[in-house]
Design a protein around this ligand. Structure first.
Ligand code: NAD
Length: 307
């Protein structure tokens, strides 16, 4: 079990923004050695510059698509060789998609599953042999509260996050049964103040500005706080970590209410949006398509200040 991150080799995907960037900052402040990856080279550069200032002992960044299995496998081996081992892996990179099943394109569905599920699966399988060699190896996979209950217009996201949960809990059992010391944690964040929805895709008929506004209003936890909660969970060897009071309430509520939770979700959905829980779905307007709305700019550029 990792009790102290100083000098440990820590891998974070999706480190160019949000929770991944905040994890990199927290680990840097503890003097960790960092291997960071993201598809966003500019975001990664910003993270690297700040993490260096915060005290990271060593940082190596890779511009990497976690949905590219061959690239992830090669990166894992190169990382272990470069640092002489790997102690902590956080499969965090993720994207969002708002679309009802019938209107969701196969392309969008596969894009999301490629990153949110397969990216986690590739990262897990690629790094597990290296984590097994560490006396304190620990794997963290980021699911969501949407891995706890079904949400209208979020079928792809929920499918991926439920899959991450089942996959990760199975890996944990396997590590335990095989006598391996590798710790495994599934993380279920509630609403976190990041840019995930600004950078998301939405099917026609969904107002992305409205989705962004709802996510901003519903998100109570900063990325920095989320990172601290996740790393505390790692230090304590937790199987599951719920990030934010909303996540804890949803976990408890869904288990206590059982099958009654589902109609509750529908009622909340109807109140907060025309047909959905988070996103505002509008019937497709008659006549020519409306101009693409100007989205609010990325708001949470720095998870430490939330600015
Ligand atoms: N923000 C929330 O409310 C919330 C809630 C629950 C779960 N999560 C999960 O937390 C994780 C982090 O999300 P966030 O909120 O920090 O979002 P974010 O958009 O701020 O950061 C996600 C990062 O992942 C990167 N990324 C996207 N596709 C990638 C790919 N193919 N390969 C590599 N990197 C890629 C992005 O460039 C970005 O830097 C995700 O898995 C997300 O599903 C977020």
């Amino acid at each position: 079990m990792i009790r102290e991150f100083t000098g440990r080799v820590c891998v974070v995907t999706g480190a160019g923004s949000g929770i991944g960037r905040a994890l990199a900052y927290e680990l840097a402040a503890h003097g960790a050695r960092l291997a960071l990856a993201d598809v966003d080279a500019a975001g990664l550069d910003e993270t690297k510059a700040s993490a260096t200032r915060l005290g990271a002992r060593e940082i190596h960044c890779a511009v990497l698509d976690v949905a590219d299995r061959v690239a992830v496998l090669a990166w894992a081996d190169a990382t272990a060789e470069r640092f002489g081992g790997v102690d902590l892996v956080v499969n965090n990179a993720g994207v969002a998609l708002t679309a009802d099943v019938e209107e969701m394109s196969w392309d969008d569905f596969e894009w999301l599953m490629g990153i949110n599920f397969w990216g986690v699966a590739y990262g897990t399988k690629a790094f597990l042999p290296h984590l097994r060699r560490s006396p304190e190896g620990h794997l963290v996979n980021i699911s969501s509260v949407f891995g706890l209950f079904g949400v209208p217009s979020q079928s792809a996201y929920c499918a991926a996050k439920y899959a991450v949960r089942g996959f990760t809990e199975s890996v944990r059992q396997e590590m335990r049964l095989s006598g391996s010391g590798v710790g495994v944690t599934t993380v279920h964040p509630g609403g976190i103040k990041t840019n995930i929805v600004r950078n998301s895709r939405a099917a026609a008929g969904h107002d992305k500005n409205e989705v962004v506004a709802l996510h901003d209003a519903a998100s109570r936890t900063s990325a920095q706080r989320a990172a601290r909660i996740i790393l505390r969970g790692v230090r304590r060897g937790r199987a599951r970590v719920f990030v934010g009071a909303d996540a804890t309430a949803i976990d408890v509520g869904s288990r206590l209410l059982g099958s009654i939770f589902e109609p509750v979700v529908r009622v909340v959905s109807k109140r907060t949006g025309p047909t959905t829980l988070l996103p505002g779905r509008r019937p497709a307007p008659a006549g020519p398509p409306a101009p693409v709305p100007v989205l609010p700019p990325n708001r949470y550029s720095d998870p430490v200040t939330g600015g």
